[in-house]
Design a protein around this ligand. Sequence first.
Ligand SMILES: Nc1ncnc2c1ncn2[C@@H]1O[C@H](COP(=O)(O)OP(=O)(O)OP(=O)(O)O)[C@@H](O)[C@H]1O
Ligand SMILES: [Mg+2]
Length: 230
Amino acid sequence: MNSLFFRMTDICKSYWMGDEWSPVLKNIDLTIQEGEFLSVLGPSGSGKSTLMNIIGCLDTPTSGEYILHGRRVDDLDADELSQIRNKEIGFIFQSFQLLPRQDALSNVELPLIYAGMPQHKRRERAAEMLERVGLADKMYHRPNQLSGGQQQRVAIARALATNPTILLADEPTGALDQKTGRQVMELFHELHDEGRTIIMITHDRAIAQNASRMVRILDGEISEGVADDA
Ligand SMILES: Nc1ncnc2c1ncn2[C@@H]1O[C@H](COP(=O)(O)OP(=O)(O)OP(=O)(O)O)[C@@H](O)[C@H]1O
Ligand SMILES: [Mg+2]
């Protein structure tokens, strides 16, 4: 696909701190091709989650242009934005954000409810996704009956449920031990091989090196990096 798949130009995000603007993202230029596996590497407080929220249309920049799938995000109305969040982008959050009282199956079904899929179909699809991440035998477990790595896999299954073109992951291995983190990365490689676009945000260089391209973010500024100069 063309370079207009995803392009940020001069994106800034500032917060008004009572008496002055505090810049968090500074003139971000970033182009991502369809099917790329990109990591954004940066230390705590550098602006990673702020950037992720803008990429995922959960937040809006203070200024700059953001084009997603060839359309200016600025021009989209609330319905179109929620459509994009629900169908185009699969979110994986560091803290999983699973519903504690619902079992794994119901958690994965949730985005399918928003997408308007009928019940029998969405149960089937959710079960398929849980099998995909190796949790066929844990469908009726609630989050507190699952390990951290298993909860993260439920979160990944949920992100995949609507078959999004973009997977957006904020510290997907942040709460996992090394071995479980590696398993999650293997799954990301498989998803990338299937043609999905993956944007992975992390402070962990070893994890970032799983991606085929890496950019670094430092104090709200982006720079291109090569995998081994981090
Ligand atoms: N709503 C807000 N109002 C004011 N400042 C904010 C707000 N949200 C984030 N910030 C500031 O923006 C900066 C970047 O925050 P962000 O959460 O994007 O960092 P991060 O790179 O994700 O860090 P971490 O690795 O710790 O998750 C921080 O200095 C933070 O204090
Ligand atoms: Mg963060």
